[in-house]
Design a protein around this ligand. Structure first.
Ligand SMILES: Cc1ncc(COP(=O)(O)O)c(C=O)c1O
Length: 364
């Protein structure tokens, strides 16, 4: 049985007619940029996240750069950011003019903690980029107590909760990606910034549109970074499905735990929290020899992958920030041991059994 790491086609298949109708709606409107679909999606997504504003942009990377700039981050400022994340979390901060200061994570959650962030703070720290990695939220309330503005990078955590609040509603601003494989994915690139701060929202709106509100007067040097009408129309059809999809992902995670994965020697399962916390964008285990597990799965044509084997501070582009000398033991441990196993909205118990059996094969 071939099984891929994730399968977005299976998720979207039942919605094809609905998506076609949404595309047709945009064609009929003859409006393709910043029209009614984007405005409506922004209202609907803000309501879902529980924030005053959502502003659609071209992708999740631009969302971070633009949000940081709107929060006042610029050249000379330091931004504390984890190294164990997708490269874009850091790249976007550098593109905002900031110097990244890498902090460690807790390898059990793959996320930053108050202590790891505090250890990286200096007088020049202007913001913290807190990444909701793999669908789990770091302790955002505790991070707020540090008194530094927080940008929540929620690209992997649409709908995740902590203490009864949804991702996006904790920080001074939060950013989302709608890359097709995300928990809420568009039919191409897309992103959003959400915030309760009227001034930040207003500045994000200008920055996504060349620093202008009217294309006559330009008050900032901004970007051409808009969510387009076709993507917004698709996202409006898909947003109502998100809660059900996240429930299905949680059910698959429960199945892994209940159907023997925890009994595979040395296998550390991801932490799950209470019912609504984790949204399992990826189902990531830890194992002292992840390559051996990956090889056992590959033999049965089952996809598995280590996402961040070389953490961002060790990437060649980061050499100029002197980060290769850093000692980040939690990051090193997570980088060495993590492995994503198949996860998705359509993963069946039978498929979970196949994955568990493959992981267990050859073990003593
Ligand atoms: C944690 C994280 N941050 C930022 C991004 C960037 O999003 P995008 O690919 O839409 O630019 C991604 C996803 O790709 C991500 O996983």
């Amino acid at each position: 049985m071939a099984l891929s790491l994730f399968d977005t086609s299976a998720t979207l298949r039942p919605l094809r007619a609905q998506l076609r109708a949404a595309m047709e709606r945009v064609l009929d409107s003859e409006r393709y940029i910043l029209g009614e679909e984007v405005a409506a999606f922004e209202r609907e997504f803000a309501a879902y996240c529980g924030t005053a504003h959502a502003v659609g942009v071209a992708n999740g990377t631009d969302a971070i750069t633009i949000a940081l700039r709107a929060m006042g981050v610029g050249p000379g400022d330091e931004v504390v950011v984890p190294s164990f994340t997708f490269y874009a979390s850091v790249e976007a901060a550098v593109n905002a003019g900031a110097t990244p200061v890498f902090c460690d994570i807790d390898p059990r959650t793959f996320c930053v903690t108050r202590e790891t962030v505090e250890a990286a703070m200096t007088d020049r720290t202007k913001a913290i980029v807190a990444v909701d990695l793999f669908g789990w939220l770091p302790p955002l309330a505790e991070l707020r107590d540090l008194g530094i503005p927080i940008l929540e990078d929620a690209a992997q955590a649409h709908g995740a909760q902590r203490d009864g609040r949804r991702s996006g509603s904790y920080g001074d601003a939060a950013t989302f990606s709608f890359f097709p494989s995300k928990n809420l994915g568009a039919l191409g690139d897309g992103g959003a910034v959400v915030t309760d701060d009227d001034d930040v929202a207003e500045l994000v709106r200008r920055l996504r549109f060349h620093g202008s509100t009217d294309k006559v007067t330009y008050t900032e040097v901004g970007y051409n970074s808009r969510l387009d009408e076709l993507q917004a129309a698709a996202l409006r059809e898909l947003l109502p499905e998100l809660e059900g999809w996240n429930d299905a992902r949680r059910a698959a995670a429960r199945a892994y735990a209940e159907r023997g994965l925890a009994e595979v020697p040395d296998m550390e399962l991801p932490q799950t929290g209470d019912e609504r916390e984790h949204v399992f964008h990826l189902y990531v285990v830890r194992h002292p020899d992840p390559d051996a597990i990956e090889a056992r799965l590959a033999e049965r044509d089952i996809g598995a992958r280590g996402y961040y084997r070389r953490p961002v501070h060790l990437q060649p582009a980061m050499e100029r920030h002197g980060a290769e000398r850093l000692d980040l033991p939690g990051t090193a441990e997570a980088a060495r041991t993590h492995l994503a196993l198949p996860m998705g909205t359509e993963l069946s118990e039978q498929q979970v059994d196949e994955v568990v059996a493959a992981c267990a094969s050859g073990s003593t």
